[in-house]
Design a protein around this ligand. Structure first.
Ligand SMILES: [Mn+2]
Length: 415
């Protein structure tokens, strides 16, 4: 008898700082607790990027930094920040794992390879008060069901999951994808100043309406890339974290044109890599991939490929109204019936009001704090984060624009 399987994609819990985009503590812990109450056999799978270690700073004396060489000591420090920032979710996981019919699987993603350190895993066992029911792995497989994060289908972000660590100056450090080093080195500075922009989708619309940020990101990306070829290898020739991966050039030019190091489509490459396999199945197979923050259910022959989207705080920009609508959250429930997997997608609808894009671009920190307050998320006091001043003006510019337009059209009518 197969267990019931619950899958969450890309929850991305961070340190509760201004660079942490996860604020759905109330909703996520509610869902986990719902399952912790049943005695059913359940495998709860967090499909990678469960934790956002990349955007989680090291905080010393109220000063945040994003070091490039990640030792187990640094990962442990970040893990403690994440646990304290999102204790609601962690405590729901702990309650769930209490029951021996319940297992939690943390799959590796490109934002949380830190959980590969045995020292970090030990801290998880301690915090969740179970070792037996907590699992760390690259993939979750059952006959006809395949779950993995999906960074393997994204050249820029893929982690060498079989080659977790490298040695630098006698220390064991994480072997990260090239882009992750660039993100921590160059882009977190921008993220701290512009914490909200990265929550806005689709990126193409964002950059169309925000030329300034598009310029900054494109020039930063280009300069990091040029330096990676011509300058860093000489300057840091003994440092393995500056090695450029093969076949990156074309991919880079392609992405830089689209402005930035954003996550590319996963499904097309997944399909082409698995083309023959997908067509030769004689019965249904379900593939669940994360990484890309999209809600997609696609099918090829008898196969179903799913992206359950993210639990980060993200918004869709409507180019006409310039309003930012908060995205809904999803998770998947699967149960095997005969040969086939029956799946059900649960949607946690967002009931929060939309933001006005012009307001957000001028008040990013405030907007991020308003969003957190509306979700009922209280960040820890000692984790660097600016206090919201007021919620006034949130819709001001949208209303002003509308009033102006109305006045203009009435003027035209009078003429
Ligand atoms: Mn990812």
């Amino acid at each position: 008898m197969h267990p019931k399987i619950i899958v969450f994609g890309d929850t991305e819990l961070g340190a509760g700082t201004i660079t942490d985009d996860f604020i759905a503590d109330v909703e996520l812990s509610k869902v986990i607790r719902k399952y912790s109450k049943t005695k059913e056999t359940i495998d709860m799978v967090f499909n990678g990027d469960t934790f956002d270690y990349l955007k989680c700073p090291v905080i010393i004396n109220k000063h945040s930094s994003y070091p490039r060489h990640i030792t187990s000591k640094i990962s442990l420090h970040k893990t403690k920040l994440i646990f304290s920032a999102h204790h609601e979710v962690i405590s729901a996981m702990r309650d769930f794992a209490k029951n021996n019919n319940h297992q939690i699987y943390f799959l590796y993603g490109n934002h949380d390879p830190d959980i590969k350190f045995p020292e970090v895993q030990s801290l998880f066992y301690k915090e969740l008060k179970s070792k037996k029911n907590i699992h760390f792995q690259t993939r979750y497989e059952r006959p006809g069901l395949h779950i993995e994060h999906g960074d393997a289908y994204d050249v820029l972000h893929q982690v060498q999951h079989d080659d977790h660590f490298i040695t630098y100056r006698g220390n064991k450090i994480l072997n990260l994808p090239y882009v992750s080093y660039g993100l921590m080195d160059k882009f977190m500075v921008i993220k701290e100043i512009h914490p909200f922009l990265e929550r806005i989708k689709p990126e193409s619309e964002l950059f169309r309406h925000h030329k300034e940020i598009a310029k900054i990101i494109t020039s930063k990306s280009a300069s990091y890339f040029m330096k990676s070829i011509f300058y860093y290898p000489l300057r840091h020739f003994k440092d393995p974290t500056y090695t450029l991966p093969k076949g990156l050039f074309e991919e880079f030019i392609h992405r830089a044109r689209a402005a930035g190091f954003y996550v590319g489509s996963v499904i097309p490459l997944f399909k082409s890599k698995n083309h023959d396999k997908l067509l030769n199945h004689d019965h249904q197979n379900v593939y669940i991939l994360g990484h890309r923050h999209d809600y997609v259910i696609d099918s090829v022959g008898k196969n179903t490929i799913m992206h359950p989207d993210t639990w980060r705080d993200e918004y869709i920009l409507d180019p006409k109204t310039k309003l930012l609508k908060p995205k809904d959250k999803h998770y998947i429930e699967l149960q095997k019936k005969g040969h086939d997997w029956k799946y059900k997608v649960h949607t946690v609808k967002s009931i929060r009001p939309s933001f006005d894009f012009n307001y957000v671009t001028k008040n990013e920190v405030e907007a991020a704090n308003i969003a957190a307050a509306e979700e009922g998320y209280v960040p820890p006091r000692n984790h660097i984060r600016h206090k919201p001043t007021s919620t006034k003006g949130r819709f001001r510019s949208y209303r002003e624009n509308r009033a102006k337009k109305k006045a203009a059209s009435q003027k035209n009518k009078l003429k």
